[in-house]
Design a protein around this ligand. Structure first.
Ligand code: ADP
Ligand code: MN
Ligand code: MN
Ligand code: MN
Ligand code: MN
Length: 364
């Protein structure tokens, strides 16, 4: 990013608040349509006025944007359609205003290359009777405007890893205002955040979304990323979802996916969990291809990861690909933790892969 760009975080927020507090006409609702762009990792958004508060996404009409500016179409045939699929309360504009997660479609109504949601939703519908739940642990790194981690000494490194994981204190926890503002904003919006913690690398953090059933996991995680980017923007800080932002003895960033079906959650579900892990081991390469770009830089077998070339398992072991949590082994039911997905993964792709491999492969 170009650090010469003016820092909007420095604009006078007291002046801004005067206008935010202006009453809004009854029949004017702001709906911010959010979508995944041509990178498959970055989000875009634009806002329109609608005359009624939408209660469900089907009450909002399809819209469009210039796909030639987002890596999604040629300039000569540039209109891409936006299909509203999930709505949330808008923690920025407040009131009855809405955030709207959207799918993208080409001129011929075929999904774009980065629309992974369509296939995901088909899989979730087909597996509905097994009630698949997901808990996604989103890790990310805060960066200063020059691209160096937030709060790190310029041209140098902080004290080595150790004091930062779940750390407290001025030199342990870097950027907590952003983390807590994001947590509150997610809960306000209607996102099922289950927790947050500081990570092993300073300026690296995690929050968890879930458990969510089916397609909601992907919808909620993407909107939670939007909220994080928007809030960090207000603070003048960048968010990186790079799976290994700093080479060397610094942890990478993942997006562990905790998964269960109803059978796994019921007494003696451990049998189904162990069977699922065996099936996952036969599909390792296919899953890795769908678990995020540049993940080989993170899955090295060091820094609480397993090597990318093997699919290992174990109880309470953080150096395996698929972990059975200690409590799950004790209870003999619960869920498995797929530790392979990278922080920049598309959760639609990850949850789609898991459900197709574990719930649908015997049916297809
Ligand atoms: P870790 O010990 O790996 O750091 P976290 O506590 O960060 O685990 O995240 C665990 C996630 O798993 C949470 O989002 C939680 O809601 C979710 N979870 C709990 N039970 C289940 C379940 N039965 N199926 C799927 N996800 C679950
Ligand atoms: Mn225009
Ligand atoms: Mn965690
Ligand atoms: Mn973590
Ligand atoms: Mn985990």
């Amino acid at each position: 990013m170009n650090t010469a760009v003016p820092n909007t975080a420095l604009l006078d927020k007291a002046v801004f608040r005067r206008y935010l507090e202006l009453p809004q006409p009854e029949n004017k609702i702001m709906a911010t349509y959010i979508w995944i762009d041509g990178t498959g990792e970055n989000l875009r958004a634009k806002t329109r006025t609608v005359d009624q508060e939408p209660r469900s996404p089907n009450e909002l009409s399809w819209w469009n944007f210039d796909g030639s500016s987002t890596g999604q179409a040629d300039g000569s045939n540039s209109d891409i359609y936006l299909k509203p699929v999930a709505i949330y309360k808008d923690p920025f504009m407040l009131g009855r205003n809405k955030l709207v997660m959207c799918e993208t479609y080409k001129y011929n109504k075929e999904p774009t290359a980065t629309n992974k949601r369509l296939s995901c939703e088909e899989a979730m519908n087909a597996a509905h009777s097994e009630h698949p739940w997901f808990g996604l642990e989103q890790e990310y790194t805060l960066l200063d405007r020059d691209g160096w981690p937030f709060g790190w000494p310029k041209g140098g490194f902080p004290h080595p890893q150790g004091p930062y994981y779940c750390g407290v204190g001025a030199c342990q926890a870097l950027g907590r205002d952003i983390v807590e503002a994001h947590y509150k904003a997610c809960l306000y919006a209607g996102i099922n955040v289950s927790g947050t913690n500081a990570e092993s690398m300073p300026s690296q953090w995690e929050y968890q979304v879930g458990p969510c059933e089916g397609i909601e996991a992907g919808d909620q995680l993407w909107v939670s990323r939007y909220l994080l980017l928007r809030i960090a923007e207000e603070f003048g800080v960048q968010v990186s979802f790079d799976p290994k932002p700093i080479v060397g003895d610094w942890n990478g960033a993942g997006c562990h996916c905790n998964f269960s079906t109803q059978v796994m959650r019921e007494p003696n579900g451990i049998v189904a969990i162990n069977h699922a892990i065996k099936v996952l081991q036969t599909q390792h390469t296919a899953h890795i291809q769908r678990y995020g770009r540049n993940n080989e830089r993170r899955l090295t077998g060091r820094h609480e990861t397993a090597n990318i070339n093997i699919c290992t398992t174990g109880i309470a072991n953080r150096y395996v690909s698929v972990r059975v949590p200690r409590q799950v082994a004790e209870d003999k039911c619960g869920y498995l933790e797929d530790r392979r997905p990278a922080s920049n993964c598309d959760p639609y792709d990850v949850t789609d892969a898991l459900v197709r491999t574990l719930c649908l492969s015997h049916k297809e």
